[in-house]
Design a protein around this ligand. Structure first.
Ligand SMILES: Cc1ncc(COP(=O)(O)O)c(C=O)c1O
Length: 390
């Protein structure tokens, strides 16, 4: 395994900052970033050849590589700029009727809650949340969510790894239980690929969307939406483009507009845009393979656990979950205080980039430990004056 201080040199992060917030927007290794720039240069050498004639095949290859690392066929996924877009595609395509219900948890990402609230309101449907009590009891999660379903529940929406609390939800079990009851599932895996092993076929969600720009370390703007084949025909792109045209005469030879399936045609081409981040996903996967990522993850998990143990003991607080309920990101409870003030002190006094989150009235310092983080980074957090109070 490449030691973290060596790994740090492979990323572009500012050396003056202790970066413990991979979770918000990820961070991209230098050589993956350079791969993205090489694709951009190639595009500019002949934009017509690149976008018009080659992009369909290039994207198909990148999807196949991504699919093979995630236990899925590349034909069942399309690239999207981010998980928010993936959630939007499903929410806006899903045929909700007045009185229908979309069921979720109280730990979902705010922008995705907003999407479902908006779409449900448009259809006279309801967006309802199940409370997931803390401390988190993994064994009770599925029963709790399923007990809240009603005859009106059409879809269950849940994170794979939650944003504010960093918990890994048992989504495969939930998707199985929902399927038995004829309820469709959408999993928001924004934080999952790269942080935990993801097997899309084994999870069995009807829809699964995620980011590659977070824990897979791909360039920003790389996400995907995976859909079971029976749903391909019902998905509408957020931008209507050539895939909806009856014929593409007049643009003969522009394979980009065609695609090998209706799913690909409608969802992959959304007008002219920069596809370099998507084409760089195989390089990000290869980077992690080259650096023995399973060992990196274990190391990071151990460092995050050390931070959790130290700070909870110091403050006399209890962890919100067990060790197996989180991976490289963990929500460390801290005493009540001004959340913005704490974040600003950590950055201003100690140059530590780390978010302060809250859930159900409890504040957390949400630490992300990535391969470039050293034990010293964690020690700097533990020594920060802002975290010394009782
Ligand atoms: C659980 C979860 N879902 C979705 C998102 C949105 O990701 P993006 O902004 O890349 O769409 C985030 C972002 O942090 C998240 O934490």
């Amino acid at each position: 395994m490449t030691p973290p201080d060596r790994m740090r040199e492979l990323f572009l992060l500012d050396p003056q900052v202790t970066f413990l917030n991979h979770g918000s927007f990820g961070a991209c290794p230098r050589d993956v970033f350079e791969t993205q720039q090489r694709w951009q240069l190639e595009m500019e050498r002949n934009p017509v050849a690149f976008l018009g004639r080659r992009s369909a095949q290039l994207l198909s290859y990148a999807r196949a590589v991504l699919g093979s690392t995630l236990g899925a066929s590349g034909e069942h996924l399309v690239f999207v700029p981010n998980a928010t877009t993936g959630v939007n595609i499903v929410a806006r395509s899903f045929a909700l009727r007045p009185g229908d219900e979309v069921l979720s948890t109280d730990m979902e990402y705010g922008a995705c809650d907003a999407t479902w609230q908006h779409v449900c309101a448009q259809h006279g449907a309801h967006y309802r949340k199940v409370e997931i009590p803390l401390p988190f009891e993994r064994e009770e999660f599925v029963a709790r969510v399923m007990a809240a379903t009603t005859k009106r529940t059409r879809l269950i929406f849940t994170s794979h790894i939650t944003s504010t609390t960093a918990l890994v939800f048992p989504v495969a079990d939930l998707c199985r239980a929902a399927r038995e009851r004829g309820i469709v599932t959408l999993v928001d895996g924004a934080h999952a690929p790269g942080q935990i092993a993801v097997d899309l076929n084994a999870i069995g969600a009807d829809f699964y969307t995620a980011n590659c720009h977070k824990w897979l370390c791909a360039p920003k703007g790389a996400g995907f939406l995976h859909a079971r084949p029976e749903h391909h025909g019902s998905l509408d792109a957020t931008v209507i483009s050539w895939g909806y045209a009856e014929g593409v005469t007049g643009h003969v030879g522009f394979d980009a507009y065609l695609g090998s399936s209706l799913f690909e045609r409608r969802l992959q081409w959304q007008g002219t845009r920069d596809i370099a981040a998507w084409l760089s996903v195989p390089a990000a996967i290869e980077f992690q393979a080259r650096h023995n990522w399973p060992a990196v993850r274990e190391n990071c998990h151990a460092l995050a656990r050390h931070a959790l143990d130290t700070l909870t003991r110091r403050h006399g607080l209890q962890p919100i979950a067990r060790d197996a309920d989180w991976a490289q990101m963990v929500a460390i409870p801290v005493p009540p205080q001004d959340a913005d003030g704490l974040r600003e002190r950590l950055f201003g006094e100690s140059a530590i980039e780390i978010p302060v989150t809250s859930h159900a009235g409890q504040l957390f310092v949400r630490i992300s430990v990535q391969g470039y983080n050293t034990p010293d980074d964690v020690e700097r957090l533990l020594a920060a004056p802002a975290l010394q109070q009782e």
